[in-house]
Each structure stands twice: as structure tokens, then as C-alpha cells.
Write a protein that binds this ligand. Structure first.
Ligand code: NI
Length: 254
């Protein structure tokens, strides 16, 4: 079944029908979801959602756009949330020079602190990186040795994807791969072995082609699987089965 390795069902865009939607996921072919936190407010929401639904797990972390709220005290609080049941990763963490909400040195500092926390907690990491390819690679090389994780919503060149795979990381691919103009990402999907790809929505954002611009949801991963299947010359069923296995391995779910 579909394993959505990166969702944000605590987003307010789901306020109108969250419960209904989450309860219907298995009928729609979705087996497992990792709901990823981004901000201070979302840690509790993600942990509570995971407690409520057996097929939902949580990731706790602070997105680079949100690291301005962090200080030692709040970081210690975040660490406590990481210890809660069904928290399977630290994320999402990284660098975002597109929105550039926080100074680069502040983003880097908390990215590194959260990588160190992942090592301390023995958890994989979910990396968010936008328009910051070189700095992300530099920090990953220096501070993520021996860690496992995924470069989520991968948006860089094939060469860096191959480098991350060599370092033992997974490449997260979502709705963008279905867009006609996503040449670079389609190439990444072609060259990276299926055993190193995770499927994701990043919902409510980044819905695949037939729903582009609309609210995304985990069942739409079917379109992502079909696109990758076509690129690789295999079946969508195989893409869904292998990527589910990959995600279970990375998040250490039996
Ligand atoms: Ni996300």
C-alpha cells in the first residue's frame, strides 16, 4: 500500500474534513503516513495525531523558516517531544534560501543542532533544502555522517542526488515529478535506484498533475507512482511496493 513519507495533515487546510479524510485513507489505498512537523505549534499536533491513528507516525523538528523561535529552552522542549511514542524521525530540518525567513547563519546553526539531536536520539532525519544546494551538502558532509534520512521534495541536480545516495540517504519524490516542465526531477527519478526513493505528498502542498494547484492528499501518490513507473519502465504496483519497503526501513517500522 501507499506509504506517504511526508505529510502535513495538521495544516489548517484540512480543518474542514481532517477526521473524515484520515479515516478514509486505507480505503483509498494508503497504508501508512508520516506526519511531519515544521513549527513549534506543530510538535504537539503531530504527536497527538499519531497517538490517535494507528497508521500515522510523527516527525518532530523545526523547519528553517521557523528556527527564529528556537532558544535553548525551547530546543529542550522539542527534545522532550522527540521522545514521545511513534516519533520516528527528526524533521523537517534544513536550509531555505528561497523564502529566506531567517539569516543563513541562524538557519545553519539550528540545522546542525538538529542533526546532532538526531544522532543523540538515534533517529533518521527529514531534510528540507531549497535554493541552498551547496551549503546543505557541506553541512551534511560534515555533520550527518552515519545518520540515515531522506532529502525530501528533492529539487536539485542528478549529481547531488547520486552523492546523497552514496552517503546512504533516500531521495523523496512527490507531485512535482508529474509536472511537464520537471525535466531535472524526471532525470533524477530515472537514474536513482528505486530502492533509494521514497514517495511523499508534502500535502496540502504540491498536488500532482491532475490536481495541480489544489489541496494534495496521500491517495494522489498513485499519480506519482504511475509517473515513476513510466520513467523506469516498470509497474506502478512495483513502485508502491518497493517504496513502501524503503520507507519502513528508513523509519524503522517492522
Ligand atoms: Ni514538508
Amino acid at each position: 500500500m501507499i506509504f506517504d513519507s511526508h505529510a502535513h495533515y495538521d495544516d489548517k487546510q484540512f480543518d474542514i474534513d481532517r477526521e473524515e479524510l484520515l479515516e478514509s485513507l486505507s480505503e483509498l489505498g494508503v497504508g501508512t503516513v508520516v506526519n511531519v512537523s515544521a513549527s513549534y505549534e506543530s510538535w504537539r499536533r503531530c504527536v497527538e495525531m499519531a497517538a490517535k491513528y494507528p497508521y500515522i507516525y510523527a516527525a518532530v523538528g523545526t523547519h528553517p523558516d521557523e528556527v527564529g523561535v528556537l532558544n535553548e529552552e525551547i530546543f529542550a522542549e522539542m527534545k522532550e517531544w522527540c521522545k514521545r511514542d511513534k516519533v520516528v524521525a527528526i524533521g523537517e530540518i534544513g536550509l531555505d534560501y528561497y523564502w529566506d525567513n531567517e539569516p543563513h547563519d541562524v538557519q545553519k546553526k539550528w540545522f546542525i543542532r538538529q542533526l546532532d539531536l538526531a544522532r543523540e536520539m538515534n533517529l533518521p532525519v527529514i531534510i528540507h533544502s531549497r535554493e541552498a544546494a551547496a551549503d546543505t551538502m557541506e553541512i551534511m558532509k560534515a555533520h550527518a555522517q552515519g545518520l540515515q534520512g531522506v532529502i525530501h521534495c528533492y529539487s536539485y541536480a542528478r549529481e547531488q542526488a547520486e552523492e546523497y545516495v552514496k552517503m546512504g540517504f533516500y531521495i523523496g519524490i512527490g507531485g512535482v515529478v508529474t509536472f511537464k516542465n520537471a525535466k531535472k526531477l524526471k532525470e533524477v527519478a530515472a537514474v536513482i535506484p528505486l530502492e533509494r526513493i521514497l514517495l511523499e505528498t508534502d500535502c496540502p502542498y504540491l498536488a500532482p498533475a491532475p490536481y495541480r494547484g489544489k489541496r494534495n492528499q496521500s491517495s494522489y501518490i498513485q499519480y506519482v507512482a504511475e509517473e515513476i513507473a513510466q520513467i523506469k519502465g516498470i509497474t506502478a504496483e512495483e513502485v508502491i511496493a518497493v517504496t513502501e519497503e524503503n520507507a519502513r526501513k528508513m523509519y524503522r517500522l517492522s
